[in-house]
Design a binder for this molecule. Structure first.
Ligand code: UFG
Length: 329
C-alpha cells in the first residue's frame, strides 16, 4: 500500500513508519518537525516537512501521491498543557484533522488510522477499560481526541471513509535495536524522566500524587510498547474497509503504578532513582488500563512486551546509547 503518515517523525509515528516499511508499504511522512526528528524517519520513507495547517501543501501532496490510506499521528499531546492552552489544542488537533479529512475526501482517499487515546474515557467507572465504556474526557486534550472520533464516525456515513481509532494507553519503550526511541523537549513523561535520573541528568523524580484511590496511592497506567503499537497500526490499515468505523483499546491489560514503574527502573538500571512526593498533576485520572480483548480478537494483535521491566529495558538501552536524543547522538 501507499500510505501518507502525518507526524511520522515523532515518537510513535517513527516506529510505525519503520514497521510499515518493513511490511513492504511505501510511505510518505508529513511532519512539521516542531517535535519530530529527521533522524527518526526511516530512510525508505519520503519526508515532507510541512504543517497540516498548510492546506495547499497537504492538498498538493495528496493530489500527487496516489495514496491508499492515511495514518494520522500529528497532534499536540501534553494533557496538562492542554488545560492552559485549549485553543492551541483544538486548532492543532481538531481543526487540522478536519482540514486533512476535507483534502482526503477531495482526493477520494477513504482510509484512515487515527491515534486516539485512553484520555477519551476520562475517569472510567471501572478498570480494565472496554471500548463500550462512556467516553467522558477530563482534559481538553482528551476532548480533542474524542471530537475527532465523532468527525470520523460521521465521515464514514457521509462519504464512505473507513476509519480506525486506536485508543492508545501509555506509549513506552524503544526499538529493540536501540536505534529509535523517545526524545521530547521538554520531557514530560514518566519513563524517560526516570531514566534521566539513572543517566545522571537529573537528581530524582517527583511523584505527582500519593493519595490516589489506588493500591499504593500512585497513579496506575498501562505502558504499551511502541513496537507493539507499530504492529497494531499495520494490522489496522491492512484490514480497513470503507464506510466503517472501528475503535480499539490498545494496551497490555496490565496496570503499573508510578511506584512500581520506578521500582522496575531501579531493577533495570541498578540506580537508586530517588523519588519525592509532589502534588497531583491536573488532568491525571487515577487508574487507566485496557481490556485489549477486542483488538486481539478482531485484529489478531498480540503484544510482544507484557513485562514492564522488558519495556523499560528497551527504553534504557535507547537512552544510554543516545543520552541527548537524536540531535547529539
Ligand atoms: N508522573 C509522575 N512524575 C513525572 C511524570 C509523570 O509522577 O515526573 C506520573 C503522572 O502523574 C502519571 C504517570 O506518571 O500518573 C504517567 O505520566 P506520563 O506523563 O508519562 O503519561 P500520562 O499518563 O500523563 O499521558 C499519557 C499519554 C497521553 C495520554 C494520557 C492519558 O502521554 O497522550 O496518557 O491519560 F493522553
Amino acid at each position: 500500500m501507499n500510505i501518507f503518515v502525518t507526524g511520522g517523525a515523532g515518537y510513535v509515528g517513527s516506529h510505525c513508519v519503520r514497521g510499515l516499511c518493513d511490511a513492504g508499504h511505501a510511505v510518505v511522512v508529513f511532519d512539521n518537525m516542531v517535535s519530530g526528528h529527521r533522524e527518526a524517519v526511516d530512510q525508505r520513507a519520503k519526508l515532507i516537512a510541512g504543517d497540516l495547517g498548510d492546506v495547499d501543501l497537504v492538498d498538493k501532496t495528496l493530489a500527487q501521491g496516489g495514496f491508499d490510506g492515511v495514518m494520522h499521528f500529528a497532534a499536540a499531546l501534553d494533557v496538562n498543557e492542554s488545560i492552559s492552552k485549549p485553543l492551541h489544542y483544538y486548532r492543532n488537533n481538531v481543526v487540522n484533522t478536519v482540514s486533512l479529512l476535507e483534502r482526503m475526501c477531495a482526493h477520494d482517499i477513504r482510509s484512515i488510522v487515527f491515534s486516539s487515546s485512553c484520555a477519551t474515557y476520562g475517569t472510567p467507572p471501572s478498570v480494565p477499560i472496554t471500548e463500550d465504556m462512556p467516553q467522558d474526557p477530563i482534559s481538553p486534550y482528551g476532548r480533542t481526541k474524542l471530537a475527532i472520533e465523532w468527525v470520523l464516525r460521521d465521515s464514514t456515513v457521509a462519504w464512505g471513509l473507513g476509519a480506525t481509532a486506536l485508543r492508545y494507553f501509555n506509549a513506552a519503550g524503544a526499538a529493540a535495536d536501540a536505534s529509535l526511541g523517545e526524545d521530547h523537549d521538554p520531557e514530560i513523561h514518566l519513563i524517560p524522566r526516570v531514566l534521566q535520573v539513572a543517566l545522571g541528568q537529573s537528581e530524582g523524580i517527583k511523584i505527582f500524587g500519593l493519595d490516589y484511590p489506588t493500591p499504593d496511592g500512585t497513579c496506575v497506567r498501562d505502558y504499551v510498547h511502541v513496537e507493539d503499537l507499530a504492529s497494531v497500526h499495520c494490522a489496522a490499515i491492512e484490514t480497513q474497509a470503507e464506510s466503517q468505523f472501528r475503535c480499539y483499546n490498545v494496551g497490555t491489560g496490565v496496570g503499573v503504578s508510578v511506584k512500581e514503574l520506578a521500582a522496575a527502573a531501579r531493577e533495570v538500571t541498578g540506580h537508586d532513582i530517588p523519588a519525592s512526593p509532589a502534588p497531583r498533576r491536573e488532568g491525571d485520572p487515577p487508574e487507566l488500563y485496557a481490556d485489549p480483548t477486542k483488538v486481539m480478537t478482531e485484529l489478531g494483535w498480540q503484544p510482544k512486551y507484557a513485562d514492564i521491566r522488558k519495556t523499560v529495558e528497551t527504553a534504557w538501552n535507547w537512552h544510554r546509547a543516545h543520552p541527548n536524543g537524536f540531535t547529539a547522538a
